[in-house]
Design a protein around this ligand. Sequence first.
Ligand code: GLU
Length: 306
Amino acid sequence: MNHHYQNIIASIFDQIKAEENPGAVAAYIPELAHVDPNLFAVSLKLLDGQSIDYGNHNTGFSIQSISKVLLLCMVYKEIGEKIWERVDVEPSGNPFNSLVQLESDNGIPRNPFINAGALVISDILIDLYDDPSTAFLDFVRDLTDSVSINYSDVVTESELKNGFRNAALCNFIKSFGNIKNNPDDVLRLYSQICSVEMNCLELCTAFSFLANGGKKTSDQKQILTKSQTKRVNAIMQTCGFYDESGEFSFRVGLPGKSGVGGGIVALFPGRYVITVWSPKLNPKGNSYRGMKFLELFTTATEESIF
Ligand code: GLU
């Protein structure tokens, strides 16, 4: 099985690496624009712990919106189904930082993976912990079994200095009463959560519990119930790729999440987690090579959840 995946990954990796590398690195957070656009990495981790790595897989990158899944899981674990009173579970069909639907939806974000939704969940996190920033990092370090995972202060500050749209979103939601804390505190925590850096294998490890019925694979600790795990995976399937979520589902057929740092993590429940990282994004904000790699991968393996 492992050998089978290895051959497929090697051949797709080499094929894509030899092709043109279109798209553009995210520059609206200036610090993200400093990354080498030609870096390209993939890791696949099976639930028994075996892994296959290719390319620049030891290089850490800004996981950005991928962090929103971990944030959702942490708060969902704490407060359970009550979370859905503050954020919905519908695909937005709009860009990740769009303001338009909030007006007609009375400040209830369409889902936890658009910026509006993650801002509301960051607000809930502030009410749950004295030091929410440390608590989130501890949660992520526990999932990855790695104490070296950290925030990037330069990326956090770069986003805060230029995040006028997120500031608008946060203040707009506050005007509907769905942000309880000071918007500046919410924005800081949110930007910090997005600034977490990991390499491809660490990201696979962090997401392994979602492919394993909610249990961490290393020590079998139950992070989410099976039902909660189903729900988080379902939201990734329908909302994980901004307004290209249908396209990702159509081409790849796995639940997953992307971030503007160029990372994509996808998982096959009961089998594996796969992460691809390539910083150049398509016009919808998803890694061009990441989308292509995963489409070719599920086509070649003839395995998807459908
Ligand atoms: N921190 C980024 C933002 O708020 C996250 C965007 C993303 O990865 O989708 O714009």
